[in-house]
Design a binder for this molecule. Structure first.
Ligand code: ZN
Length: 180
């Protein structure tokens, strides 16, 4: 799995307009998001460019966005992305091109399968470099400061700071990520 280290380092970069300068807390959580856009070619670039254009009253970003073919880095791992209040300073955030209301069969279409495969490499890389286990945390575990993976939905439930409930295909994704 060491080969994944290089992959993250060599990602194309489109740096987001808004993110923090200092983490102030050790990384302990991987936050998974859905972009809520269509499964299209070059969607990751489109989302990354969207992050470059947001006005100051709508600051948002994530570390990496993946579509079916490409992963784009938007925020350096050592800086906090403005992705999910409650887990910005201690989280790494991954946007998967897709929609939260996708059913399991929709996660199984070829576009989503490729998104998940590429996303899995990012998760594996983060998991190794930051010593984060590939396990889904419950909301109480998240609040208790455990290390692991959560959906934005869990962060919203734990901290109540945003109403974003993106990303639901969790059990399915963890199965593919664990098989790495
Ligand atoms: Zn989100």
């Amino acid at each position: 799995m060491k080969s994944y280290r290089k992959l993250t380092l060599s990602l194309p970069e489109i740096t987001a307009r808004w993110y923090g300068q200092s983490r102030g807390a050790p990384v302990r959580v991987i936050g998974i998001h859905t972009t809520e856009c269509n499964e299209a070619n070059k969607a990751a670039i489109a989302v990354a460019k969207f992050f470059t254009r947001l006005p100051s009253n709508r600051k948002a970003s994530a570390h990496i966005v993946v579509d079916n073919k490409e992963a784009i880095r938007c925020v350096p791992d050592n800086k906090p992305a403005w992705a999910a209040p409650g887990c910005n300073f201690d989280g790494l955030h991954l946007e998967l091109v897709g929609r939260a209301n996708q059913t399991m069969p929709q996660w199984e279409d070829s576009y989503s399968q490729n998104v998940l495969k590429l996303g899995a490499k990012i998760v594996a890389d983060w998991s190794q470099r930051f010593n984060i286990p590939v396990v889904k945390l419950t909301v109480p575990q998240l609040k208790a400061g455990k290390r692991g993976i959560v959906g934005h939905v869990d962060i919203s439930r734990a901290y109540g700071l945003t109403r974003c409930f993106c990303f639901f295909g969790f059990d399915y994704c963890l199965l593919s990520w664990r098989s790495l």
